[in-house]
Design a protein. Structure first.
Length: 314
């Protein structure tokens, strides 16, 4: 698109000080005539871009004029490219944009920025899994940016698939799982993208809620979900060596009561959404973890033990 080329041309002028139409054409992979027209368009738009004829001439920004696009410090450039590098690995347009940004940076920043862009690889597939295609994610991202109402099929946990209609406010990547935060007729809702199918646009455009703070909204969503995941709390005792394992198992729903007692045991509180879920997560520790209360969790552990004996005791 021409707008992309004009921005790229302006970045190159800022980063290099002076460029010829031929050099710009080579960088942007267009004809020299097209590059010259782009430079003339920048000048006509009021940007102080002027040609200089003769040997060593070219186009330059008058008086060292600058834009906000690349007024970066070296640490800012490094941080930007550390962030952009993993994202660019997934999409050819992002890779192309990253290459153009590197070329447009001041020469002293380029080597470090390029190294930062290649410094991090993000592999979303778990061990033993194939890399997952997410065609719905691309469609939803376009709808978020374009403020377009969408309809899609959605199968909630334990519910039959249904057709949904939503105003997509934003997308969130939480530990490799994508979520859509959207407005619906019933208010704000959150959908797991891997349960979304057959996304279609309605042709309608919506207005994003004024002052919407997506990170703040997501914090509220996380708080609500974590509260639902910690409705039942159990008091347990475990050897100090198992405390890191229990913390890893229960995450934020594991609280350590203090240091080891005289026998090297530590008091903890762990939580999950049901007594059965607490018991299922503790059952694998056998007698190494002592559940003090509530009685419901102890009863579920006993029931699990009985089920295992019945199934495998022979």
């Amino acid at each position: 698109m021409r707008a992309d080329r004009l921005v790229a041309a302006l970045l190159l002028l800022q980063g290099r000080g002076r460029v010829t139409a031929a050099a710009l054409a080579a960088e942007l992979e267009v004809s020299v005539a097209t590059a010259r027209r782009d430079l003339e368009a920048l000048s006509a738009a009021g940007i102080p871009v002027y040609p200089q004829a003769g040997r060593g001439g070219g186009w330059q920004l008058l008086g060292g004029a600058r834009t906000d696009l690349t007024g970066l410090t070296a640490p800012e450039a490094r941080a930007l490219f550390l962030l952009l590098g993993p994202a660019s690995a997934a999409a050819p347009p992002a890779r192309a944009a990253l290459r153009k940004l590197v070329r447009a940076l001041p020469g002293t920043f380029r080597a470090e920025a390029a190294a930062a862009a290649d410094a991090v690889v993000v592999d979303r597939a778990g061990w033993g899994e194939r890399a997952r295609d997410r065609p719905e994610l691309d469609v939803l991202l376009d709808a978020v940016v374009g403020r377009r109402v969408v309809e899609f099929g959605y199968a909630g946990r334990g519910a039959a698939p249904a057709r949904r209609r939503a105003e997509p406010w934003g997308l969130v990547d939480k530990d490799g799982t994508w979520y859509l935060v959207a407005g619906t007729a019933a208010g704000r809702r959150t959908f797991r993208v891997d349960r979304i199918t057959d996304v279609t646009g309605t042709g309608e455009v919506f207005e994003r809620p004024a002052g919407l703070d997506l990170p703040g909204v997501w914090d509220e969503v996380v708080g609500e979900i974590e509260r639902r995941r910690s409705l039942v709390t159990a008091s347990v005792r475990a050897p100090a060596r198992l405390v890191p394992v229990l913390r890893d198992r229960f995450g934020r729903h594991c609280a350590v009561g203090g240091g080891p007692d005289g026998d090297g045991w530590v008091a903890l509180e762990v939580a999950a959404h049901t007594a059965r879920s607490v018991a299922e997560q503790l059952a694998g520790f056998g007698g190494a973890v002592d559940v003090l209360d509530p009685a419901a969790v102890r009863a579920e552990l006993a029931a699990l033990g009985a089920e295992l004996v019945a199934a495998h005791g022979g």
